[in-house]
Ligand binder design. Structure first.
Ligand code: 0A1
Ligand code: ZN
Length: 861
């Protein structure tokens, strides 16, 4: 039976569980869990514990077997309990059979757990909700040779030998925590050790548990952790609070990583790296995810969520914090450009889909479906708007107040905003609407300048279109950062300031600013709000901003606007056919940029790159897919050819150096690889040698992949040849092979489906490993528009067939990969029919998971 849970139905628990002690007997096939809860009831209602797929072996209350209970599929209900008692429950589990990777499961030869959001109920009967905080003592017993490392949260307090070659370890976590932060790991690992001294002098042992032989690949993650620990002390005054911080890297994991108290579990691809096998992006992700999980220790663990509707309380805030950290560690402008891309490409798509929800959802069927770009990334944008309005010091004051009020508690998003409001003596009532309203606001700006009075008049209006979850929308508090440039590219002061943040509150608002005549206005600087902006500017003005703005995001955004407008017009007016006139202003702008002495090569590369097809899809309510694809496909070679010598010159100007992951090198590689791609787009025959040479001489994975991507859609023969070499070199390394699977799955070719069908039989491929499945099926669904939107419907049909198969193994993975199927309302009638047909085929499956069915039914409604 499918059950909708509603935010407004929240009831506090009628009991508390101050202590739990758990004993795990790990053995082949069956694991026995013995749990003892100390319970204090506040009233005489029955005690209802959550439990899913558990085999109940025994129940005792205060040492004697208890009869007054009932069990169903989801609960264990105990009646007539004394107000204070100790309940012992024994259950049996089968981790080897757990392919959903939720609860206790096996990864490679090891055991590990994943309890967020509601996985603990798959381990033992317990009130599986984040507002029940308990102190945990955990004893793990297992075979000593196969499982020398037995880990859980907190501090190791005892260990010893048992009969038959078994041993045990006891852990105690001194901090009360919700059960979603519980973790257990058992296996045989190599351990990379480091340490860290906190500013108040606590000595912390840092331990990275990795598969044998991988120690050297964890160095970068260890250093990232040390940097994150230092940063959180410097920026927020937050110190680590235990004597040991452990990170375990596993191959089978549904997400990126998990912040379990003192014992993070990571998808190995976000821990392990070396230059040969990891790209610049991989290094970036490792640093930011290590930081993210570490930052959760305060924003998530010390202060946690009252209920799962408040997920953005910890996730939006922690993403914002990891973004601040990454900006400090690398290029802030490039970070901001990437963050805006995620919002525009993925979050806007979610808002336009049947899965639209506010950052604090109101209704949930399967909680795992709400670990979304909306909750995480739009949630972070909402925090960033607060930061923008309160300033760095005001924001810090608010954070201090939040921790001093709520340390050790399970709280709500409202509590967070209230701490910010109180610390800054500001009424943030209107701002809170961002938490309850879904959808993407559209903001229009009209400008007029009066040269006599030297006044700039701005009329700004906002409108949020209805979303599938909410029909009516109200105005939001939207900070819009703005500056102006004169004809020489110098700043024009607005009300004597270099830049201003206008706080739009009403549907329509007018502003009068004193200033000298501006040549171009630079609006939505720093992507100051997650909105769609309508503001008309000439190509000249856009190029001007690209060349002279002091805000990196705006420079890239100006160029993106130029490309977008041209492509949309070309799609709408001439069905995607370019004539050279139409592209001329783009060619000219690129020539100016390519000839400029720009020193930020990463921004230059971004300014020279077209917006993705997926971003273009979000610009209008309905899209002519074929015309838009033609427009984008046609423009790329046109731009490539028009400035061919310049791409070549830039490419040759960037020499190969000894690999280091550092901002200047990262930027240079980014530009070099973009140039190589353009050369291949312009003339694949002529540049095949250069492409091949780069592949063969590359001393790092970024350049290796750069060559492969340049060949991917320009020269099938070269691509196939290089891909074969790649496979020979890396077939022993599944995580590296994921790049290879993804390159195959994203290729634009006629025989794509038969090729990716074949790959499913590849020795390295496995349906049970989420990374493999995401690389192959996910890349096709998310990033192969030619394949997915194939006119005959073969692409969606293929995707649907894979989903049916994946759903039987791992519902979280299938529910994520169904995303491209949900955005059908944007498509033409013919495709809408195809999409609908496939969704109905899914709905008709006899054993569809709750995860997948929640999304499929929303899309069909
Ligand atoms: N809290 C983790 C994300 C996470 C969520 C659910 C998981 O399994 C269903 C795993 C990880 C984070 O934000 O990093
Ligand atoms: Zn998180």
């Amino acid at each position: 039976m499918i059950q909708v849970k509603r935010r407004l139905d929240y009831q506090p628990p009628a009991f508390s569980i101050p202590k739990i002690s758990l004993t795990f007997e790990l053995a082949d096939q069956v694991t026995t869990v013995r749990s003892t809860l100390s319970v204090e009831k506040f009233d005489d209602s029955p005690l209802i514990l959550d439990g899913t797929d558990l085999e109940l072996a025994a129940i005792m209350v205060d040492g004697t077997p208890w009869q007054d209970y009932s069990v169903d599929e989801q609960h264990l209900t105990l009646r007539q309990l004394p107000r204070r008692c100790e309940i012992a429950v024994h259950t049996r589990l089968y981790p080897e059979k757990n392919t959903a990777l939720e609860g206790l499961y096996q990864s490679g030869g090891s055991y590990c757990t994943q309890c967020e959001a509601e996985g603990f109920r798959r381990i033992t009967y317990f009130p599986d909700r984040p507002d029940v905080l308990a102190s945990y003592t955990v004893r793990i017993e297992a075979d000593k040779t196969r499982y020398p490392n037995l880990l859980s949260n907190g501090n190791c307090v005892e260990r010893g030998e048992l009969e038959e070659g078994r041993h045990y370890v006891v852990w105690h976590d001194p901090f009360n925590k919700p059960c979603y932060l519980f973790a257990l790991v058992a296996g045989q690992f190599d351990v990379l050790r480091g340490n860290y001294t906190t500013s108040s002098g606590r000595e912390v042992q840092l331990e990275f548990y990795v598969d044998e032989g991988n120690l050297h690949k964890a160095e970068f993650a260890l250093q990232s952790l040390q940097r994150a620990m230092r940063w959180d002390e410097d920026v927020y005054g937050l110190e680590y609070d235990l004597d040991v911080y452990m990170v375990v890297a596993v191959d089978f994991f549904n997400m990126g990583a998990m912040e379990n108290k003192g014992l993070n579990v990571f998808n190995a691809k976000y821990v392990l790296a070396d230059a040969d096998s990891a790209t610049d992006t991989d290094y970036f992700n490792i640093e930011s995810i290590i930081a993210h999980e570490y930052f959760h220790n305060w924003t998530g663990n010390r202060v946690t969520c009252r209920d799962w509707f408040q997920l953005s309380l910890k996730e939006g805030l922690t993403v914002f914090r990891d973004q601040q950290f990454s900006a400090d560690m690398s290029s802030p402008a490039l970070c901001r450009v990437q963050q805006a891309k995620v919002i525009r490409e993925q979050q806007f798509a979610e808002d336009a889909s049947p899965m639209a929800h506010p950052i604090r959802p109101d209704e949930v069927i399967e909680m795992n479906n709400f670990y979304t770009v909306t909750v995480y990334d739009k949630g972070a944008e909402v925090i960033r708007m607060l930061f923008k309005m309160l300033g760095k010091d005001g924001f810090r004051k608010g954070m201090d107040k939040y921790f001093s009020r709520h340390d050790g508690q399970a709280v709500t998003c409202d509590d967070f905003v209230q701490a910010m409001a109180d610390a800054n003596h500001r009424d943030l009532t209107l701002f809170k609407r961002w938490y309850s309203q879904s959808g993407t606001p559209q903001v229009s700006i009209e400008q007029r300048y009066d040269p006599e009075r030297k006044k700039l008049y701005l009329d700004i209006s906002q409108h949020t279109p209805a979303t599938m979850d909410q029909a009516s929308k109200r105005p939001l508090l939207i900070p819009i950062e703005i500056s102006a440039l004169d004809e020489e590219g110098h700043p024009v002061l607005l009300d004597s300031r270099k830049s201003l943040v206008l706080e739009l509150e009403q549907k329509q608002q007018s502003y009068v600013l004193s200033c000298e005549q501006p040549f171009a206005l630079n609006v939505l600087r720093d992507f100051s709000a997650p909105i769609k902006l309508r503001f008309s500017q000439t190509a000249q003005q856009r190029l001007h901003i690209a060349l002279y703005s002091d805000d990196g995001f705006s420079r890239v955004d100006a160029m993106q606007g130029l490309y977008q407008e041209a492509m949309i017009r070309c799609a709408n007016e001439s069905s995607g056919q370019w004539d050279s006139n139409r592209a001329q202003s783009l060619i000219d702008a690129q020539r100016v940029l390519l000839n400029s002495d720009e020193t930020d090569l990463a921004l230059l590369a971004e300014m020279l790159s077209l917006p993705s097809f997926e971003t273009l899809m979000q610009l209008e309510e309905r899209i002519d897919v074929d015309a838009l694809m033609r427009a984008r496909d046609g423009l790329e070679p046109l731009l490539a050819c028009a400035n061919e010598p310049l791409w070549l010159r830039r490419f040759e100007s960037i020499p190969q150096t000894d690999y280091q992951y550092e901002p200047l090198q990262v930027a240079a590689r980014k530009l070099k690889n973009h140039c190589l791609l353009q050369m291949m787009n312009a003339n694949p025959q002529q540049y095949a040698e250069a492409c091949k040479a780069q592949y063969q001489q590359a001393n790092n994975m970024t350049d290796t992949l750069g060559a492969l991507k340049a060949a991917q859609n320009t020269s099938e023969t070269l691509f196939d040849e290089l891909m074969q070499q790649f496979e020979q070199r890396w077939h022993h390394a599944p995580t590296v092979m994921d790049k290879w699977f993804a390159l195959h799955a994203g290729a634009k070719r006629k025989d794509i489906l038969s090729r990716i069908d074949l790959l499913q039989d590849h020795a390295v491929f496995s349906w049970k490993n989420p990374n493999r499945v995401r690389a192959l099926v996910g890349t096709f669904g998310f990033y192969n528009p030619h394949g997915l939107y194939a006119e005959d419907g073969s692409g969606v049909r293929w995707l649907t067939e894979q989903l049916i198969q994946i759903d039987k193994i791992n519902p979280q993975v299938s529910a994520r990969l169904v995303t491209p199927l949900l955005s059908l309302t944007k498509l033409d009638d013919k495709r809408q029919l195809q999409w609908r047909h496939e969704l109905m085929r899914l709905a008709d499956q006899p054993t569809l998971s709750v995860d997948l069915s929640e999304k499929v039914h929303k899309a069909l409604n």
